[in-house]
Design a protein around this ligand. Structure first.
Ligand code: HEC
Length: 211
Protein backbone atom coordinates (compact mmCIF):
# COMPACT_ATOMS: atom_id res chain seq x y z
CA UNK A 1 0.00 0.00 0.00
CA UNK A 2 1.39 3.43 -0.93
CA UNK A 3 0.62 6.78 0.60
CA UNK A 4 -0.97 7.91 -2.64
CA UNK A 5 -3.67 5.19 -2.42
CA UNK A 6 -4.27 5.65 1.28
CA UNK A 7 -7.35 7.81 1.86
CA UNK A 8 -6.72 11.10 3.51
CA UNK A 9 -8.96 10.04 6.41
CA UNK A 10 -6.63 7.21 7.50
CA UNK A 11 -3.91 9.51 8.70
CA UNK A 12 -6.36 11.64 10.64
CA UNK A 13 -7.65 8.49 12.40
CA UNK A 14 -4.07 7.62 13.30
CA UNK A 15 -3.51 11.12 14.57
CA UNK A 16 -6.61 10.97 16.72
CA UNK A 17 -5.52 7.61 18.17
CA UNK A 18 -2.07 8.83 19.09
CA UNK A 19 -3.56 12.00 20.57
CA UNK A 20 -5.84 9.81 22.72
CA UNK A 21 -2.84 7.74 23.81
CA UNK A 22 -1.01 10.87 24.78
CA UNK A 23 -3.97 12.14 26.82
CA UNK A 24 -4.65 8.86 28.65
CA UNK A 25 -2.43 8.35 31.66
CA UNK A 26 -0.13 5.34 31.20
CA UNK A 27 -1.53 2.51 33.39
CA UNK A 28 0.84 1.16 35.99
CA UNK A 29 2.66 -2.01 34.99
CA UNK A 30 3.05 -4.80 37.54
CA UNK A 31 6.62 -5.78 38.22
CA UNK A 32 6.49 -9.42 37.10
CA UNK A 33 7.31 -10.53 33.59
CA UNK A 34 7.08 -13.91 31.88
CA UNK A 35 8.54 -14.54 28.44
CA UNK A 36 8.54 -10.81 27.86
CA UNK A 37 4.86 -10.51 28.70
CA UNK A 38 4.02 -7.88 31.27
CA UNK A 39 0.73 -7.15 32.97
CA UNK A 40 -1.00 -3.85 33.43
CA UNK A 41 -2.35 -3.12 36.89
CA UNK A 42 -6.01 -2.72 35.92
CA UNK A 43 -8.18 -3.04 39.01
CA UNK A 44 -11.77 -4.30 38.62
CA UNK A 45 -14.30 -1.47 38.38
CA UNK A 46 -15.73 -0.26 41.68
CA UNK A 47 -19.29 -1.40 40.88
CA UNK A 48 -17.98 -4.92 40.20
CA UNK A 49 -16.03 -5.12 43.46
CA UNK A 50 -19.04 -3.73 45.36
CA UNK A 51 -21.33 -6.37 43.81
CA UNK A 52 -18.84 -9.07 44.74
CA UNK A 53 -18.75 -8.07 48.41
CA UNK A 54 -22.52 -7.66 48.61
CA UNK A 55 -23.07 -11.19 47.28
CA UNK A 56 -20.24 -12.52 49.46
CA UNK A 57 -21.82 -11.24 52.66
CA UNK A 58 -25.30 -12.21 51.50
CA UNK A 59 -23.96 -15.73 50.98
CA UNK A 60 -22.54 -15.82 54.49
CA UNK A 61 -25.86 -14.66 55.95
CA UNK A 62 -27.79 -17.15 53.82
CA UNK A 63 -25.58 -20.06 54.88
CA UNK A 64 -25.90 -19.02 58.52
CA UNK A 65 -29.70 -18.74 58.27
CA UNK A 66 -30.19 -22.14 56.63
CA UNK A 67 -27.32 -24.28 57.92
CA UNK A 68 -26.28 -22.87 61.29
CA UNK A 69 -29.14 -21.10 63.04
CA UNK A 70 -31.78 -23.68 62.08
CA UNK A 71 -34.28 -20.85 61.41
CA UNK A 72 -34.37 -21.31 57.65
CA UNK A 73 -37.18 -23.51 56.33
CA UNK A 74 -36.00 -25.46 53.31
CA UNK A 75 -38.24 -25.81 50.28
CA UNK A 76 -38.62 -29.51 51.09
CA UNK A 77 -39.68 -28.76 54.67
CA UNK A 78 -42.14 -26.10 53.57
CA UNK A 79 -43.58 -28.54 51.04
CA UNK A 80 -43.88 -31.30 53.65
CA UNK A 81 -45.65 -28.89 56.02
CA UNK A 82 -48.10 -27.80 53.33
CA UNK A 83 -48.78 -31.41 52.38
CA UNK A 84 -49.42 -32.40 56.01
CA UNK A 85 -51.87 -29.52 56.31
CA UNK A 86 -53.57 -30.59 53.07
CA UNK A 87 -53.83 -34.20 54.27
CA UNK A 88 -55.30 -33.06 57.58
CA UNK A 89 -57.83 -30.95 55.72
CA UNK A 90 -58.73 -33.84 53.43
CA UNK A 91 -59.11 -36.19 56.40
CA UNK A 92 -61.19 -33.53 58.14
CA UNK A 93 -63.62 -33.53 55.22
CA UNK A 94 -63.96 -37.30 55.49
CA UNK A 95 -65.16 -36.86 59.07
CA UNK A 96 -68.66 -36.48 57.72
CA UNK A 97 -68.59 -40.22 57.12
CA UNK A 98 -69.06 -42.43 60.16
CA UNK A 99 -66.19 -44.62 61.33
CA UNK A 100 -66.23 -48.03 59.65
CA UNK A 101 -63.81 -50.93 59.43
CA UNK A 102 -63.44 -50.31 55.68
CA UNK A 103 -62.90 -46.58 56.14
CA UNK A 104 -60.13 -47.20 58.66
CA UNK A 105 -58.60 -49.83 56.37
CA UNK A 106 -58.48 -47.23 53.63
CA UNK A 107 -56.68 -44.76 55.90
CA UNK A 108 -54.11 -47.46 56.70
CA UNK A 109 -53.19 -47.61 53.01
CA UNK A 110 -52.33 -43.89 52.89
CA UNK A 111 -48.57 -43.97 53.49
CA UNK A 112 -48.23 -40.25 54.11
CA UNK A 113 -51.12 -40.21 56.58
CA UNK A 114 -49.61 -43.18 58.38
CA UNK A 115 -46.33 -41.28 58.68
CA UNK A 116 -48.24 -38.50 60.45
CA UNK A 117 -49.87 -41.10 62.70
CA UNK A 118 -46.50 -42.64 63.49
CA UNK A 119 -45.27 -39.21 64.58
CA UNK A 120 -48.27 -38.77 66.90
CA UNK A 121 -47.69 -42.27 68.26
CA UNK A 122 -44.09 -41.32 69.00
CA UNK A 123 -45.21 -38.24 70.92
CA UNK A 124 -48.27 -39.55 72.79
CA UNK A 125 -48.25 -43.32 73.00
CA UNK A 126 -44.57 -44.27 73.12
CA UNK A 127 -44.13 -43.80 76.90
CA UNK A 128 -46.70 -46.51 77.70
CA UNK A 129 -46.66 -48.68 74.58
CA UNK A 130 -42.99 -48.50 73.54
CA UNK A 131 -41.33 -46.93 70.51
CA UNK A 132 -42.53 -49.73 68.24
CA UNK A 133 -45.73 -50.60 70.08
CA UNK A 134 -44.09 -53.55 71.84
CA UNK A 135 -45.61 -52.57 75.19
CA UNK A 136 -44.30 -51.03 78.42
CA UNK A 137 -46.99 -50.10 80.95
CA UNK A 138 -49.60 -50.51 78.27
CA UNK A 139 -50.03 -53.79 76.40
CA UNK A 140 -48.04 -54.97 73.40
CA UNK A 141 -49.93 -53.64 70.36
CA UNK A 142 -47.98 -55.78 67.90
CA UNK A 143 -49.27 -59.18 69.02
CA UNK A 144 -52.52 -60.85 68.08
CA UNK A 145 -54.02 -60.68 71.58
CA UNK A 146 -56.34 -57.86 72.50
CA UNK A 147 -57.97 -56.91 75.79
CA UNK A 148 -60.60 -54.74 74.16
CA UNK A 149 -61.00 -56.30 70.73
CA UNK A 150 -58.69 -56.35 67.74
CA UNK A 151 -60.79 -55.06 64.86
CA UNK A 152 -59.99 -51.56 63.62
CA UNK A 153 -63.33 -50.44 65.02
CA UNK A 154 -62.51 -51.95 68.43
CA UNK A 155 -59.09 -50.28 68.42
CA UNK A 156 -60.67 -46.99 67.38
CA UNK A 157 -63.11 -47.21 70.27
CA UNK A 158 -60.36 -48.06 72.79
CA UNK A 159 -58.16 -45.18 71.63
CA UNK A 160 -61.06 -42.75 71.57
CA UNK A 161 -62.72 -43.69 74.88
CA UNK A 162 -59.64 -45.06 76.66
CA UNK A 163 -59.74 -47.40 79.66
CA UNK A 164 -59.50 -44.78 82.39
CA UNK A 165 -59.69 -47.29 85.23
CA UNK A 166 -56.58 -49.08 83.89
CA UNK A 167 -54.56 -45.99 82.98
CA UNK A 168 -55.26 -45.78 79.25
CA UNK A 169 -56.33 -42.17 78.56
CA UNK A 170 -59.40 -41.32 76.48
CA UNK A 171 -57.62 -39.72 73.56
CA UNK A 172 -60.72 -38.01 72.16
CA UNK A 173 -60.16 -35.49 74.93
CA UNK A 174 -56.68 -34.56 73.70
CA UNK A 175 -56.51 -35.41 70.00
CA UNK A 176 -58.74 -34.47 67.10
CA UNK A 177 -61.21 -37.00 65.73
CA UNK A 178 -59.03 -37.26 62.62
CA UNK A 179 -55.96 -38.08 64.67
CA UNK A 180 -57.80 -40.78 66.61
CA UNK A 181 -58.85 -42.38 63.31
CA UNK A 182 -55.31 -42.15 61.94
CA UNK A 183 -53.93 -43.79 65.07
CA UNK A 184 -56.45 -46.65 64.96
CA UNK A 185 -55.57 -47.24 61.30
CA UNK A 186 -51.85 -47.04 62.10
CA UNK A 187 -52.11 -49.59 64.93
CA UNK A 188 -54.17 -51.92 62.76
CA UNK A 189 -52.00 -51.53 59.67
CA UNK A 190 -48.46 -51.15 60.96
CA UNK A 191 -48.38 -52.73 64.43
CA UNK A 192 -51.09 -55.38 64.80
CA UNK A 193 -49.74 -58.84 64.03
CA UNK A 194 -46.07 -57.82 63.79
CA UNK A 195 -45.36 -59.87 66.94
CA UNK A 196 -42.42 -57.81 68.14
CA UNK A 197 -40.80 -59.14 71.30
CA UNK A 198 -42.05 -57.07 74.20
CA UNK A 199 -44.79 -57.34 76.77
CA UNK A 200 -46.29 -60.84 76.87
CA UNK A 201 -49.71 -61.20 75.24
CA UNK A 202 -52.78 -60.12 77.21
CA UNK A 203 -56.43 -60.70 76.37
CA UNK A 204 -57.99 -62.84 73.69
CA UNK A 205 -56.46 -64.06 70.46
CA UNK A 206 -57.73 -62.25 67.41
CA UNK A 207 -57.17 -63.06 63.76
CA UNK A 208 -58.00 -60.19 61.41
CA UNK A 209 -60.39 -61.29 58.69
CA UNK A 210 -58.32 -61.72 55.54
CA UNK A 211 -59.98 -59.80 52.75
C1 HEC B 1 -50.38 -43.50 80.43
C2 HEC B 1 -50.10 -44.70 79.70
C3 HEC B 1 -50.71 -44.87 78.33
C4 HEC B 1 -50.62 -44.03 77.26
C5 HEC B 1 -49.92 -42.70 77.18
C6 HEC B 1 -51.29 -44.70 76.17
N1 HEC B 1 -51.81 -45.89 76.59
FE1 HEC B 1 -52.82 -47.20 75.47
N2 HEC B 1 -53.05 -48.40 77.07
C7 HEC B 1 -52.53 -48.18 78.33
C8 HEC B 1 -52.93 -49.26 79.22
C9 HEC B 1 -52.54 -49.39 80.68
C10 HEC B 1 -53.74 -50.12 78.46
C11 HEC B 1 -54.41 -51.42 78.93
C12 HEC B 1 -55.79 -51.12 79.45
C13 HEC B 1 -56.39 -52.33 80.12
O1 HEC B 1 -55.67 -53.05 80.83
O2 HEC B 1 -57.59 -52.53 79.93
C14 HEC B 1 -53.79 -49.57 77.12
C15 HEC B 1 -54.47 -50.13 76.07
C16 HEC B 1 -54.46 -49.68 74.79
C17 HEC B 1 -55.10 -50.33 73.68
C18 HEC B 1 -55.91 -51.61 73.74
C19 HEC B 1 -55.01 -52.80 73.71
C20 HEC B 1 -55.77 -54.09 73.82
O3 HEC B 1 -55.13 -55.09 74.11
O4 HEC B 1 -56.99 -54.09 73.60
C21 HEC B 1 -54.86 -49.58 72.58
C22 HEC B 1 -55.32 -49.86 71.16
C23 HEC B 1 -54.08 -48.45 72.99
N3 HEC B 1 -53.84 -48.54 74.34
C24 HEC B 1 -53.65 -47.42 72.15
C25 HEC B 1 -53.00 -46.29 72.59
C26 HEC B 1 -52.68 -45.19 71.75
C27 HEC B 1 -52.99 -45.07 70.25
C28 HEC B 1 -52.06 -44.27 72.52
C29 HEC B 1 -51.55 -42.90 72.12
C30 HEC B 1 -52.46 -42.00 71.50
C31 HEC B 1 -51.99 -44.81 73.85
N4 HEC B 1 -52.57 -46.04 73.86
C32 HEC B 1 -51.39 -44.16 74.91
C33 HEC B 1 -51.75 -47.11 78.70
C34 HEC B 1 -51.45 -46.03 77.90
Amino acid sequence: MTTSTAPAGASSVEQAASAARARAPEPAVLDHEYDGIREYDNPMPGWWVATFWVTFFFGLGYAFHYYVSGNGVSVADAYEKDMAAARAEQAQRSLGESVTEEGLQKLALDAALMKDAEAIFGQRCLPCHGDRGQGVIGPNLTDTYWLHGGTLLDIHRTVSEGVPAKGMPAWKMQLSAVQVRELAAFIGGALRGRNLPGKPPEGDAFAPATP
